[in-house]
Design a protein around this ligand. Structure first.
Ligand SMILES: Nc1ncnc2c1ncn2[C@@H]1O[C@H](COP(=O)(O)OP(=O)(O)OP(=O)(O)O)[C@@H](O)[C@H]1O
Length: 624
């Protein structure tokens, strides 16, 4: 039985044409390429697998925050003194609200409304859910926490005292209830605890680290910000991310969450004129969102000092700590003037967290809580994953085939937004050119394009003007592009974690999505991790891929799963490994698992949360 429209096409091809002629006996017996106009259409039920883009929802208008609020005092009213004492985040969680101005119209600066027009009544967004979010998809999601005295999760935003202005912005965003990672991570961070959090792509991690930071700054308990030099900016929070586009996106999101809270968010990233960013910084910054390279530049010019940092968040933390970025991150976090772990609060977030990276990351954390949201070692079930055996020389025509079928099945013959990942920058350019020549409006994003071109490409893709975006891994992580219907791995990555992030550009925020990968003999090292990942996320693994997976031995390396590799998101806290549990549990103070997938009976949440220390080292809690 065909399992996708592409399989249906393949089935039709099988009857219409000969075999691929591959000499490899493992390769599936596939016909030669037949142009789409010569083929039968796939069956209609399966054709629906490539969802059409929904209309883009416009932002609602935003009324001004009304009434005298608690943040009516002028900004920069930090109490004098050090870090608020207590170390280890002590004193962060409690206390009242400091007076901060709602909106930061100091001097020349007026806060621009990030929600767009101000013409809507509040009721308009209060009653509305964020369109298209399928919360049911998250209801049964397993959650695992480990560490000392894990604060209990919340079920609603109302249960958390985030502050009136931030709550209003949450409603403006139409977030009705917190996603699972938010339910757990926000109370942990508000409790002043360091956190390593692992949750699926598209599950709302950005808000999970932004809300506690904004709320904490609104409380304003951090004392006077010492300024060594008049032109040196001293942010209270630093959010680092690996790509310029992701930093921009986090900045946009954080500006919405911080609107009229008095908390100012500034972004700094490479490839854009530094002078403009310097001017922004001079006007004041509470939260700095940055890429590591540009930040190092600003630090070396002494235009930014990290001495007042209270919150450090690393988004895509495993990427930030892998070989490419680690030296820069160590320089920023350990060799400049940032307060040490235990004084600042540190939050690490990603959808993937290999154990070796967890080990590295623990240098940056103090007595942290590990949080895993999602079934252990799984990809999100919301993404339908297909793998097709395609020889290198057939990839273009095969892609064309997919795009034709997708267009034919799309609403009003429109092309659904399709993100095509390739390995090289040259490959991206040449595929883009070829697609355009063949009547498929495409654009490209990769490291050889100017920042202006990259941003323009992203805009053009998002708007649907060029519904096909050919990208290198620069677009693999974090980008939240609404209505991406299909991710095509034209060239498979060499690392299964990269695959997880790439396909995560679709199927976001509870929506469904489709991911197709082209596999051939150049990708044999991916056969096993790919088939395991597909199995774990309830996908059908083609028999030929299972054969490859069974034959190919893979002796370690990044794709090794289980033990050293650490699995996909939902991976386990590396402190639970035997090595780290010996000697009385310095690292690991307990584990709580809240999950529908079996496990040891007994226990439960109650015992794990008490101040008396939770579960003993290495003892897994009950699964609810
Ligand atoms: N509580 C919520 N209710 C409704 N929508 C939400 C909520 N939280 C986040 N979202 C939306 O979900 C989408 C995905 O969120 P986000 O980009 O933070 O995911 P992520 O977990 O960081 O993904 P990735 O791993 O790919 O970086 C965004 O469009 C965001 O606005």
């Amino acid at each position: 039985m065909p399992t996708s429209w592409a399989d249906s096409v393949a089935a039709a091809e099988n009857t219409a044409a000969g075999s691929y002629g591959s000499s490899n006996s493992l390769a599936p017996n596939r016909p030669t390429y037949v142009p789409p106009h010569l083929r039968n259409r796939p069956s209609s039920s399966e054709a629906a697998a490539a969802p059409a883009p929904a209309p883009v929802a416009a932002n609602t208008g935003v009324p001004a925050v009304s009434g005298g609020n608690r943040w009516a005092a002028p900004r920069n009213d930090f109490r004098s003194g050090g870090y608020g004492g207590g170390g280890g985040g002590g004193g962060r969680g409690g206390g009242g609200w400091n007076n901060r101005s709602g909106g930061w119209d100091r001097g020349r600066d007026r806060e621009v409304n990030p929600f767009g027009n101000d013409d809507g009544a509040e009721q308009q967004f209060v009653d509305q859910e964020n369109s298209g979010i399928n919360f049911d998809a998250y209801e049964d999601i397993p959650v695992e926490t480990s560490g000392d005295n894990v604060p209990p999760p919340v079920n609603t935003f109302a249960e958390i005292d985030l502050g009136e202005a931030l709550n209003l912005n949450i409603r403006r965003c139409k977030y009705v209830k917190p996603t699972p990672v938010q339910r757990h991570a926000i109370p942990i961070s508000l409790g002043g605890r360091d956190l390593m959090a692992c949750a699926q792509t598209g599950s709302g991690k950005t808000a999970a680290f932004c809300f506690p930071i904004i709320s904490g700054i609104m409380r304003g308990q951090f004392g006077q910000r010492a300024q060594r030099m008049p032109r040196t900016a001293c942010p209270l929070a630093l959010i680092l991310s690996p790509t310029r586009e992701l930093s921009c996106q986090i900045h946009e999101e954080a500006r919405k969450f911080a609107y009229q809270t008095g908390v100012k968010v500034v972004v700094a990233y490479g490839g854009a004129p530094i002078n403009q960013q310097l001017r922004e910084l001079e006007r004041g910054v509470d939260i700095l969102v940055a890429t590591p390279g540009r930040l190092v530049d600003l630090l070396e010019r002494a235009r930014v000092s990290l001495q007042s940092i209270q919150y450090l968040a690393l988004d895509e933390a495993d990427r930030m700590l892998d070989m490419g970025f680690e030296p820069q991150i160590r320089k920023i976090v350990q060799q400049m003037d940032m307060p040490p772990p235990g004084v600042r609060q540190t939050m690490l977030f990603s959808a993937t967290f290999p154990k070796e990276i967890q080990r590295l990351a623990s240098d940056f954390l103090a007595n942290y809580i590990f949080l895993a949201v999602g079934r252990v070692g799984s990809s999100t079930d919301l993404i339908v994953q297909r793998v097709e055996y395609v020889q290198e020389s057939d990839k273009r025509s095969h892609l064309m085939d997919l795009l034709h079928a997708q267009r034919a099945n799309g609403a009003h013959g429109k092309q659904a937004l399709t993100l095509v990942f390739v390995e090289t920058k040259k490959g991206a350019d040449s595929l883009e050119y070829w697609l355009c020549m063949n009547g498929f409006p495409a654009t490209t994003i990769h490291g050889d394009r100017s920042q202006q071109e990259r941003e323009q490409a992203l805009r053009s893709f998002k708007s649907g003007n060029t519904p096909i975006l050919v990208a290198t891994d620069v677009a693999a992580r974090g980008l939240d592009i609404p209505h991406v219907a299909h991710v095509v791995n034209f060239d498979l990555p060499n690392d299964i974690d990269d695959y997880v992030h790439r396909i995560g550009r679709t199927g976001r925020a509870g929506k469904s999505g489709l991911a197709t990968a082209f596999f051939n003999d150049n990708n044999t090292s991916m056969a096993r991790p790919l088939s395991e990942l597909m199995q774990e996320s309830n996908q059908e693994v083609p028999a030929w891929l299972a054969r490859y997976a069974a034959r190919v031995s893979y002796g370690g390396g990044k794709n090794r799963r289980g033990g050293g590799g650490g699995g996909r998101f939902g991976g386990r806290d590396f402190r639970r490994d035997n090595n780290f549990n010996r000697g009385g549990g310095d690292y690991y103070g307990g584990g709580n698992t809240n999950n529908a997938y079996g496990g040891a009976p007994g226990g439960g949440y109650g015992g794990g949360y008490g101040a008396s220390g939770g579960y003993g080292p290495g003892v897994a809690s009950a699964w609810d």
